[in-house]
Design a protein around this ligand. Structure first.
Ligand code: AHR
Length: 500
C-alpha cells in the first residue's frame, strides 16, 4: 500500500527541544547500583562509575536525567546521600521493598552527569517531607557558599554549586501507591507553597508540578485542573507519565500507542489552557513528559511482592523485542510532533530498570532494541519540527479506534539545511511505499543516511549472549527522484532518514 505527505520548511510546528531526549535514573532495582555505579567492575573509573555504561549513555544521546525517583523519592531523605560514604545510613526503601545503601547521592550523581554530559533534573520529596526539605536540598545544591548547607557541600568536596535548573515538585502524587499520596487540592496547595519558597530562593529555576500518572487514572483531567488552579503562576510545567505494553496479543493497538500519547498531551494542554483562561493568564504551561516507555507493567503487577529487603535486586528488567522498539519509535514521533507543548521528556529509565541499556554485575553492558530508535532520533532531530499531514490507509484498533497505518514526523535544521524524517509502518503483513514531496526545498537535497529497524522475528531481542541480534540496517531502495523521495517501509518497522 502507499502513503504520502509533503514537507515545507515554512510549516514549523515548534523548535526541537533538546530536553525531549531526557532519561531517568531512579534508586530502584539495579539502575544505580550495578547500573551506572559498580566499584570493582573492570570498566569502573576512580569514582566507581561504569565507563561502559557511561559510553552507552553518551551514544544514546541523552540530554537531561531526572533523579533520584520516581516512587523512591517520596520516602527519600536527600541528606542520607551526602558526606563520607562510610557514615551514610542504610535505609528501607518502601517503594521497592529493598535496602538503600546511600553510596550514591546528589554529589556523586552530579559528578556522573558531568561525565555523561547530561543536565541533572532533580525531584524533591513531597511525600514524607515538604517545603523545608525542598529548600534545604536547593540550598545545598545551588547556593554558591556562605550558608550552612552550601558550606556543607563545599566541605563535602563540591566547591561550585550544581546549578540544577529543573526541579520536580514530588512524584506521581495522584497515585494511591505513592507514599504521602494526596488529593489534588492538598497537593496543589503544597506544590504552590513549595514553588513559592523555591522561587524566593531563586526565581530563575524551572518547576514541574505533578500531573497524572497516566491518562487512565480516575482523577485524570480534574487532577490537572485542580492542581493548576492552585499553582499556575508559580510553576512552568505539568508532568505526564505513560507506559505502554501489548495487552492479550493485541499487537495492532500496541503499535498505535503513539495515538494515545497524542491524545494524552492534547487533553492535558486543553486542561491547562482552560485554567489559564479562567485565571486570565497569558502564560502557557508546558508539558514535561517525564516518564514514558514500553513497560510490561501487568507482568510486574502479577508477580508476588518481593520477599526480604535486598540491596539492588533485579526489578522490572524488561527485555525489549523488535515490536517493542517499533512502538517505542512511534512514541518518539509523538513527542516530537507535540513539541509545541512537550518541551521536556524523560525515557524511564536509563539502565536495567525498563531501560535501553542493560548491564550485568561484573559483566558487559549492551543496547536493547529500544536503544536504536532513541539514539538515532536524538542524533538526527535538529532545528524545527515540521508539520506532517499524512495521507495513508487506516486500520481499526480495539483500544484507539481507526488509526493510520503509517505515522511520521520530520525536522528541518535551517543552519545545516538537513531534513530528517522518522516513520513507522504499523501494518503487520504489508510493506508501505511512502512518498515525500520535497518541492518546497528546491532540488538540492540528497539522501545522506537511511536506517531501518525491522526483523522477520518480531519477538527477537538483544541479550547478554547476543547483544547485537537486533540492530539498525541501511534502508534498501530509498530513492530521491528530483524532489520526490520514495521510502519502502517493511511491515512492523521503524525508519529514520537524513537528507542533506
Ligand atoms: O519508572 C518506574 C516507576 O513508574 C516510577 O518509580 C514511578 O514514578 C512510576 O510509577
Amino acid at each position: 500500500f502507499n502513503a504520502s505527505f509533503a514537507l515545507d520548511p515554512a510549516h514549523v510546528v515548534a523548535p526541537v527541544h533538546r530536553r525531549t531526549f531526557g532519561s531517568f535514573v531512579e534508586h530502584m532495582g539495579r539502575c544505580v547500583y550495578t547500573g551506572i555505579y559498580e566499584p570493582g567492575h573492570p570498566s569502573a573509573d576512580e569514582e566507581g562509575f561504569r565507563t561502559d555504561v557511561l559510553d552507552l549513555t553518551r551514544e544514546l544521546g541523552v540530554t537531561t536525567v531526572r533523579y533520584p525517583g520516581g516512587n523512591f523519592v517520596s520516602g527519600y531523605r536527600w541528606e542520607d546521600g551526602i558526606g563520607p560514604v562510610a557514615d551514610r545510613p542504610r535505609r528501607r526503601d518502601l517503594a521497592w521493598h529493598s535496602v538503600e545503601t546511600n553510596e550514591v547521592g546528589l554529589d556523586e550523581f552530579a559528578r556522573w552527569c558531568a561525565k555523561a554530559d547530561v543536565e541533572l533534573m532533580y525531584a524533591v520529596n513531597l511525600g514524607t517531607r515538604g517545603i523545608e526539605e525542598a529548600l534545604d536540598v536547593h540550598e545545598y545544591a545551588n547556593h554558591p557558599a556562605g550558608t550552612a548547607l552550601s558550606d556543607l557541600r563545599v566541605a563535602n568536596g563540591t566547591k561550585e554549586p550544581h546549578n540544577i535548573r529543573m526541579w520536580c515538585l514530588g512524584n506521581e502524587m495522584d497515585g494511591p501507591w505513592q507514599i504521602g499520596h494526596r488529593t489534588a487540592l492538598e497537593y496543589g496547595r503544597l506544590a504552590a507553597a513549595t514553588a513559592r519558597a523555591l522561587r524566593a530562593a531563586d526565581p530563575t529555576i524551572e518547576l514541574v508540578a505533578c500531573g497524572s500518572s497516566g491518562a487512565a487514572m480516575p482523577t485524570f483531567g480534574s487532577w490537572e485542573a485542580t492542581v493548576l488552579e492552585e499553582c499556575y503562576d508559580v510553576v512552568d510545567y505539568i508532568s505526564c507519565h505513560a507506559y505502554y505494553e501489548e495487552h492479550d496479543g493485541d499487537l495492532g493497538s500496541f503499535l498505535a500507542s503513539a495515538v494515545d500519547m497524542d491524545r494524552f498531551v492534547a487533553g492535558v494542554a486543553a486542561t491547562a489552557d482552560a485554567v489559564g483562561a479562567k485565571l486570565r493568564s497569558r502564560k502557557k504551561i508546558q508539558i514535561s513528559f517525564d516518564e514514558w516507555n514500553v513497560w510490561y507493567l501487568s507482568r510486574f503487577q502479577a508477580e508476588p511482592p518481593s520477599a526480604g529487603w535486598p540491596v539492588a535486586p533485579r526489578v522490572i528488567e524488561d527485555q525489549y523485542h523488535v515490536a517493542d522498539a517499533v512502538a517505542f519509535g512511534g512514541l518518539l514521533i509523538s513527542l516530537l510532533r507535540n513539541s509545541d507543548r512537550v518541551t521536556a521528556a524523560c525515557l524511564a529509565q536509563l539502565v536495567n530498570v525498563i531501560a535501553p541499556i542493560r548491564s550485568e554485575p561484573g559483566g558487559p553492558a549492551w543496547r536493547q532494541t529500544t536503544f536504536h530508535p532513541f539514539a538515532t532520533t536524538s542524533r538526527l532531530a535538529r532545528g524545527n519540527v515540521l508539520a506532517v499531514t499524512m495521507d495513508a490507509p487506516s486500520y481499526e484498533t480495539a483500544r484507539y479506534g481507526e488509526v493510520p497505518l503509517v505515522d511520521a514526523v520530520a525536522t528541518h535544521d535551517p543552519s545545516s539545511g538537513d531534513v530528517s524524517v522518522f516513520a513507522v509502518n504499523r501494518d503487520q503483513s504489508s510493506p508501505a511505499g511512502v512518498t515525500v514531496d520535497l518541492r518546497a526545498f528546491g532540488g538540492s537535497l540528497t539522501v545522506a543516511e537511511a536506517w531501518t529497524l525491522a526483523d522477520d522475528d518480531l519477538r527477537a531481542s538483544n541479550t547478554v549472549d547476543a547483544p547485537d541480534r537486533v540492530t539498525l540496517h541501511r534502508t534498501p531502495d530509498v530513492t530521491l527522484d528530483g524532489t520526490l523521495l520514495r521510502v519502502p517501509l517493511p511491515p512492523v518497522s521503524w525508519t529514520a532518514l537524513r537528507l542533506s
